[in-house]
Write a protein that binds this ligand. Structure first.
Ligand code: OAD
Length: 252
């Protein structure tokens, strides 16, 4: 017999005029990309203040680049999993579907998502740290690099002579205003919000479910364990995203 929670969510998805899914590191866990806070999480081993702040980059850009290159090396062989693919298909099969991710790994795009909002940037882009505004891309799928920002040991530099930095949001930095505004607007307007694989502790992304809930949306958490959001969610689908999302799609 189908799970009651899955059946309820499916009924709401069918009736919804607008759906938002917000994802975190958990959706990429089964692709082999480490999360931040769970067991084996990056912040259990590494110090965010030494590696993911503007101050850290100003103090020791080489160390910060070493860490980001190590992360790129971990992500490069990873492949999108069934959860990413279901969300990519939702873009085509559900009306007004908006995907909002905190992930920087690029796996949603590689699964075929096209209209996603990347709140925390993308590890496969670099931008000038001196403020000339230039953004460069490095291929995230093992293909040839499309810029001078190729893997290597030298510090990557912009054509203006300044240092390049990873085009991600670091602690203490503001999100791109247009991105968070579009995400908040989508959360306010949706009928169903799926919250997939996030510990729901990093703001402003963590505010999206609360905003959607206050505006009357059904909030569905998909996670392997409890988070601060669990008690407030309308439905909790417990399990790995790469299993729960395909199960949801299979019922439809
Ligand atoms: P976290 O590592 O904080 O949380 C990952 C969540 O995914 C946890 O709640 C896990 O229980 C859950 N999880 C693990 N495996 C899962 C699976 N197979 N299926 C479903 N859920 C699973 O990652 P985020 O919430 O994404 O920001 O972290 C938010 C932000 O904090 C990141 O974007 C990053 C980090 O510091 C910056 O670097 C600015």
């Amino acid at each position: 017999m189908p799970d009651v929670g899955l059946t309820l969510v499916l009924a709401c998805l069918r009736a919804a005029r607008s759906v938002v899914a917000t994802t975190g590191a958990g959706i990429s866990a089964e692709s082999g990309v480490p999360t931040f806070r769970g067991s084996g999480g990056l912040w259990r081993t590494f110090s965010a203040s030494d590696l993911a702040t503007p101050e850290a980059f100003a103090r020791d850009p080489r160390l910060v680049w070493e860490w980001y290159r190590w992360r790129r090396d971990r992500i490069r062989p990873a492949k999108p999993n069934a959860g990413h693919f279901v969300l990519a298909r939702f873009e085509r099969t559900l009306p007004h579907f908006q995907l909002v991710t905190q992930n920087v790994d690029g796996l949603h795009q590689r699964a075929g998502s096209r209209t996603l909002i990347e709140l925390h940037g993308n590890i496969w882009r670099s931008r000038c740290a001196s403020g000339c505004g230039r953004v460069t891309e490095v291929s995230g799928d093992g293909g040839p690099a499309r810029s001078g920002d190729a893997p290597g040991t030298a510090l990557p530099t912009c054509t203006c002579g300044g240092l390049l930095r990873p085009d991600v949001v670091w602690f203490g930095e503001a999100l791109e205003p247009g991105n968070i505004e579009r995400a908040m607007d989508a959360a306010r307007a949706c009928d169903v919000l799926l919250v997939v694989g996030t510990s729901a502790v990093v703001y402003p992304a963590a505010a999206l479910p609360r905003v959607a809930h206050a505006a009357g949306a059904l909030v569905v958490e998909i996670n392997v364990e409890d988070t601060p959001l669990t008690a407030e969610a309308d439905v909790v689908l417990r399990g790995p995203a790469a299993e729960v999302l395909p199960a949801l799609e299979a019922l439809s």
